[in-house]
Design a binder for this molecule. Structure first.
Ligand code: IDP
Ligand code: MG
Length: 139
């Protein structure tokens, strides 16, 4: 049994398309636990620091523009193998490659506007959860 913490973000496209409630419902139904949640408008500095691993990629400016285009909901999810389970629930980066049972398959519009974020490994989960939440903000 490995209880893990991972970071989920409902991105601006899913917010704009009114999918916040359905995405939270997917998390609740999965048996994973919502331990922290906040609604934010990110700053350019936050987006650039959060996605620093991608700052040399051709899509970095597009990614930053997308994350700044509207509000986001950031959530800390906890549970058995939470990191891989949440990645499995959201599906591959490109919604065109996602099954309809995945969150990106159901709510994503394109490789850039793909509805949600999920930490991809224990190191990034540690960085990303600490980026948005202090221990005192978790329930
Ligand atoms: P991931 O979110 O599935 O982990 P990453 O490769 O880490 O995918 O990319 C981070 C985010 O950058 C993606 O979720 C997506 O919003 C955006 N992105 C990735 N690849 C492209 C692309 O080729 N064009 C436009 N945006 C992209
Ligand atoms: Mg990633």
């Amino acid at each position: 049994m490995t209880i893990e913490r991972t970071l989920a973000i409902i991105k601006p496209d899913a917010f704009e398309n009114h999918h916040v409630g359905e995405i939270i419902q997917c998390i609740e139904k999965s048996g994973l636990t919502l331990a922290g949640m906040k609604m934010l408008r990110l700053t350019a500095s936050q987006v650039e620091r959060f996605y620093y691993v991608h700052n040399d990629k051709y899509f970095f400016p597009l990614l930053c523009e997308m994350m700044l285009s509207g509000p986001v909901v950031v959530m800390l999810i906890e549970g058995e193998s939470a990191i891989s389970r949440w990645r499995q629930m959201i599906g591959p980066t490109d919604p065109a490659e996602c099954g309809p049972e995945t969150i990106r398959g159901a709510f994503g519009e394109s490789i850039r506007h793909n509805a949600v974020h999920g930490s991809d490994c224990p190191d990034s989960a540690a960085f990303e959860t600490a980026f948005f939440f202090s221990e005192s903000e978790l329930v």
